[in-house]
Design a protein around this ligand. Structure first.
Ligand SMILES: C[S@@+](CC[C@H](N)C(=O)[O-])C[C@H]1O[C@@H](n2cnc3c(N)ncnc32)[C@H](O)[C@@H]1O
Length: 214
């Protein structure tokens, strides 16, 4: 694991909470199977592509991407989650490069990736969110894809996962505005049954985005 936090302490206050959540079970809080929106995008993802999986947590998505033949860098602030991601990669015979870093301060790089995958990164509130979207844009090569899934405000009725802060949830219009620098190829909000460990379980209100850097 490439660890940018050399103090041994969580670099971001919120990360300590994530570390505790991931350490509370030997198992995988969000399961070991990939997110279904990501799987539906498989035809856009070809072997050899360089992918940055941000806030990849316990690695279910990064490992699946690696098993499709993509070259994966998985970044997360939780060292505990990344330890599980490395375990999952070993068990599945896949290789991912893991980086333990706070995405707020980490250098995402420029024009490097064919895709940036961001599945449930709703730790970011309204001020940070556009900054992270901007970094994703900067990190992508021209023509690169940004794949994003998150919960919509309706999720506060379902309470089957995700943040309780309304401001951290996504609406279609807010995403169109904040992703204005991209070409939006697909944007859809819908209700679906999620079964992603105990973390995301039950009827859920989500929105999916596939956006391309021009
Ligand atoms: C809801 S989980 C999603 C994990 C993974 N994408 C998945 O779908 O299984 C959110 C993730 O964001 C990570 N995270 C929260 N704040 C972060 C930060 N500032 N920098 C990097 N990762 C962060 C947490 O450690 C956690 O793994």
């Amino acid at each position: 694991m490439n660890d940018t936090n050399t103090t041994g302490k969580a670099s971001h206050p919120g990360i300590a909470v994530w570390d505790q959540r991931f350490a509370a079970t030997e198992g995988f809080v969000f399961g070991t199977e990939p997110n279904q929106f990501l799987v539906r995008q498989a035809t856009r993802l070809t072997p050899g592509m360089k992918v940055l999986a941000v806030a990849d947590g316990e690695g279910r998505n990064g490992v699946w991407l690696a098993r499709q033949g993509l070259n994966v860098t998985a970044v997360d602030g939780s060292r505990v989650a990344l330890g599980k991601a490395e375990r999952l990669a070993r068990e599945r015979g896949a290789h991912i490069e893991t980086v333990c870093a706070d995405l707020v301060t980490w250098d995402w790089g420029a024009n490097q990736y064919d895709a940036v995958v961001a599945i449930f990164i709703q730790f970011a509130g309204p001020r940070l969110r556009p900054v992270l979207f901007q970094r994703a844009h900067g990190a992508l090569k021209a023509g690169g894809l940004f794949l994003l899934e998150g919960y919509t405000p309706k999720q506060l009725e379902y309470k089957t996962g995700g943040p309780s802060a309304l401001a951290n949830l996504y609406t279609e219009s807010q995403l169109r505005e904040e992703l204005a620098g991209f070409d939006i190829l697909h944007l859809a909000a819908y209700d679906t049954e999620l079964s992603e460990g105990n973390g995301h379980k039950g009827m859920s209100a989500v929105v999916d985005v596939v956006a391309r850097k021009a």
